[in-house]
Design a protein around this ligand. Structure first.
Ligand code: 5AD
Ligand code: SF4
Length: 475
């Protein structure tokens, strides 16, 4: 099956539903509001931009608070138990909103509701929830809302799809972005990797890529609209464009990002996330030869132990990972490197954990995202019998953070004295003083004295490093 055979337009039924809800919303004196709450990763942020876009097309004003809303959408995450618990707790608080205003519609979207046990829980224990909508089906939002506006039945339903089912890539969904100068641009959806701890392949379905022409058109439109920073999104961007037979008839990710980096305009391209098993030399070369590709590589390591990596089904070794880091630094010595680490994976011995610390010391990441292993129902690792006790997980987690904090500070210190290109995002007030706040090309947070406004690109001299932020002055 080809990775590109699926792009479809929004179904006619969706377009009709948008128009019908819109006419209901314009018939009332006060325009109703919609509130969208997002948990989880950048992909969810990007999906929420579509939820807001569809809500706006349906004639809702976008609200900042749930209390104002006639339509509440919670876009959930399932990656760790903590994320699910937080979402369920907030959904619990909406009970009294519905009691006060029975016309309120509450929809639960995203990864959590692609799981049968969660859909049943919402259906049975949260009777005021109107519908669930999994991450691969968000384009159906208008139909769900219309059904409830017409007094139709609740729709908390789980449909089991075959494991090899490839959901549609739906183009042309309305979109409402938060800022003009920074944007997420999804280039693919889903994941085929089945890392043994991860729920994503089950809840987001099989990998599918957007067509290059659609991606390029969106990038061009963003740049024409003044966007300065575009993050290409996918669970594993390095496998963008791959067909079931392993071929890349439309080019691979390196060729895609290289082409986008040749578009006119003052912008930077980033990408998230890469899988080390697919990070290619061609991508490294493309990055090095294009100034518009930001000097930042986020490359999840997960563990420094080959035994743990094998049980995680990651399909690379620590040595292979270090080889990629060496090649990146050989051609881009200043590159910012970040990673994801899981501590307390089943069977992780003290020696395995030490191997992870050793890689941190060796690579000297600028920053890490660290996670305590959370068993996910339905994944192989949740069934492993050698689960690590909670107190051991927490103790290792604290040691990991302590080591990385020192390294992050030392890495930040290397920036002192440099003049960096910074995209201003807003302001930061500390101890009565207001600074501009922004991100360097490497993605580091910087507060600086100057007159830059959000969306401006400034040249900033770094005067002082702190563990988690740089401080500087605009040139
Ligand atoms: N427990 C803890 N962390 C996890 N991640 C994914 N699944 C789990 C889990 N079950 C982490 C990985 C991944 C990041 C997005 O979340 O490090 O790269
Ligand atoms: Fe999860 Fe692995 Fe896919 Fe990333 S590559 S989304 S960690 S299964």
């Amino acid at each position: 099956m080809s990775a590109f055979q699926m792009p479809v337009c929004m179904p006619a039924s969706t377009v009709r539903a948008i128009a019908e809800v819109r006419s209901l919303n314009t018939a009332v004196d006060v325009q109703p509001a919609a509130f969208v709450l997002t948990f989880g990763c950048q992909q969810n942020e990007a999906d929420s931009e579509h939820l807001r876009g569809m809500a706006a097309e349906m004639g809702y004003r976008i609200a900042n608070y749930a209390e104002e809303a006639e339509l509440i959408l919670v876009n959930t995450c399932a990656i760790r138990e903590h994320a699910e618990k937080k979402a369920l707790s907030i959904i619990g608080q909406y009970k009294h909103l519905k009691a006060a205003r029975p016309s309120l519609i509450i929809g639960i979207c995203g990864c959590m509701v692609a799981q049968q046990h969660r859909v049943e829980e919402l259906k049975n224990r949260y009777p005021y929830v109107d519908f669930t909508l999994d991450a691969a089906s968000i384009h159906r939002l208008p139909e769900m809302v219309l059904e409830r506006r017409r007094g139709g039945r609740r729709a908390c339903t789980y449909v089991e799809l075959p494991r090899d089912h490839v959901p549609d890539v739906v183009e042309g969904m309305p979109l409402r972005r938060e800022t003009r100068w920074r944007a997420w641009l999804s280039i693919m959806y889903g994941c085929n990797n089945f890392c043994s701890y991860c729920i994503v392949p089950y809840v987001r379905g099989r990998e599918r890529s957007r067509a290059p022409a659609d991606i390029e058109a969106e990038a061009r439109a963003l740049i024409a609209d003044g966007c300065r920073d575009i993050t290409l999104l996918g669970q594993n961007v390095n496998s963008w464009g791959r067909m079931a037979d392993g071929s890349f008839p439309e080019g691979d990710f390196a060729s895609l990002i290289g082409r986008l980096a040749e578009l006119d305009g003052d912008f930077r391209l980033r990408f998230m996330t890469s899988h080390p098993k697919d990070a290619s030399d061609a991508l490294i070369e493309t990055m090095a030869s294009h100034e518009k590709i930001a000097r930042h590589f986020h490359l999840p390591l997960q563990s420094g132990s080959d035994t743990v990596l094998a049980r995680m089904n990651r399909r690379y070794t620590a040595e292979r990972y270090l080889g990629i880091v060496d090649r990146l630094r050989a051609v881009m010595p200043d590159i910012t490197l970040t990673t994801d680490i899981i501590v307390g994976f089943p069977g992780e011995s003290e020696a395995d954990f030490e191997a992870t610390l050793e890689i941190l010391r060796r690579v000297r990441f600028d920053m890490i995202y660290s996670f305590i292993y959370s068993p996910r129902k339905g994944t192989p690792a949740a069934e492993y019998t050698d689960q690590i006790p909670e107190e051991v997980k927490h103790e290792r987690f604290d040691r990991l953070i302590a080591l990385q904090n020192e390294i992050s500070y030392e890495r930040n210190k290397l920036e002192e004295g440099k003049v960096l290109r910074v995209l201003c995002d807003g302001e930061k007030t500390q101890e009565g003083k207001t600074f501009c706040s922004g991100r360097t090309d490497g993605g580091k947070l910087i507060y600086f004295a100057g007159a830059a406004r959000p969306g401006d690109v400034a040249q900033v001299k770094v005067e002082r490093a702190e563990p988690f932020v740089l401080r500087g002055v605009q040139m």
